[in-house]
Design a protein around this ligand. Structure first.
Ligand code: C5P
Length: 298
């Protein structure tokens, strides 16, 4: 155990689906996805949840923070589910008291709960001396939820299948961005149900991910050729998503506006960070109840 650094802490960044293609529907009703996924970069609070673990004899969780009330009962939290999944795989695993500082909007398409679960696995790995690439971490992540494996390393990469198929970690040019959530929770199952009633862009094959995405121009080309298949069905359920997209798109310096995950959070990509900050200020002024944050995605 690392006695010099207690409690152990980590940030659980937001996950943003820069592109999201629904590749097909399985007989069990689940959908195969193909998504270039990135994360909010930065130190300290940033745009992320915060998780700490005080080693102890029994596993527990306390949730605090701005969006804690939205997060549901603590005993059903993905942090605990992930910890229990890893306990099953690692008899004798030391756990302790988790404290989650919840700052990301919940049910927002930002993978907050999944990122919290992945953060819990990272802290337990540190506490128990498990290597970052230990297969049991991946197994516990996959058992906890579809988005948890991609959140384990929290690095940009393509995720496919139901989230269990991960491409190599990518080093993308950092993307100055604005995240906007109109503070309406969107139900993921409802969006997938609505998808059945709206056409996919599937006719057009996805752009190939080439080494070109390591350059700013190549990444822009790739992203501009992409889309999010869940955007149309989510907009049909939640008109605020359309409002947010239109508002972000009109901001000076925004070259792409798109929804993340199954919504309702939308992101705008900007030529530079200052423009994203100005845009966040303008959105706060226009829609004070909305959640708007300038971020760097990587
Ligand atoms: O992963 P999560 O529990 O948020 O998914 C909620 C619901 O969304 C699933 O029960 C399923 O109906 C739908 N879903 C899907 N395909 C996926 C992920 C979710 O159809 N890849």
């Amino acid at each position: 155990m690392d006695q010099t650094d207690l409690p152990l802490t980590t940030r659980a960044p937001a996950k943003v689906n820069l592109t999201l293609r629904v590749a097909g529907r399985r007989p069990d009703g689940y959908h195969e996805l193909d998504s270039l996924t990135a994360f909010t970069a930065g130190e300290g609070d940033g745009v992320a949840d915060g998780l700490s673990l005080l080693p102890g004899a029994s596993l527990s969780l306390t949730v605090t923070g701005d969006t804690a009330v939205e997060a549901g009962p603590d005993d059903d939290n993905l942090v605990l589910r992930a910890a229990r999944a890893l306990q099953q795989l690692c008899p004798g695993l030391q756990t302790g008291r988790f404290t989650l500082e919840k700052r990301l909007p919940v049910a927002a398409g930002l993978g907050g709960g999944s990122s919290d679960a992945a953060a819990a696995l990272r802290l337990l790995a540190r506490l128990n001396g498990l290597a970052a690439d230990d297969a049991r971490l991946r197994e516990a992540a996959a058992a906890t939820g579809a988005d948890v494996p991609v959140c384990l390393a929290a690095r940009a990469r393509v995720m496919a299948g139901l989230g269990e198929v991960l491409g190599p970690q990518l080093t993308l040019p950092a993307l100055p961005a604005l995240l906007v959530n109109p503070r309406v929770a969107v139900s993921t199952p409802a969006v997938f149900r609505a998808l059945a009633a709206s056409p996919l862009q599937a006719g057009s094959p996805p752009a190939m991910l080439t080494p070109d995405v390591a350059t700013e121009a190549g990444l822009r080309r790739y992203l501009l050729a992409g889309w999010n298949d869940l955007e149309a069905p989510a907009r049909s359920l939640c008109p605020e998503i359309s409002e947010a997209l239109e508002l972000v798109q009109r901001m000076s310096g925004c070259w792409l506006a798109r929804m993340s995950g199954s919504g309702a959070t939308v992101f705008g990509l900007f030529d530079d960070q200052a423009q994203a900050e100005v845009a966040a200020g303008r959105i706060h002024a226009t829609w004070p109840a909305w959640w708007a944050r300038p971020v760097m995605l990587a």
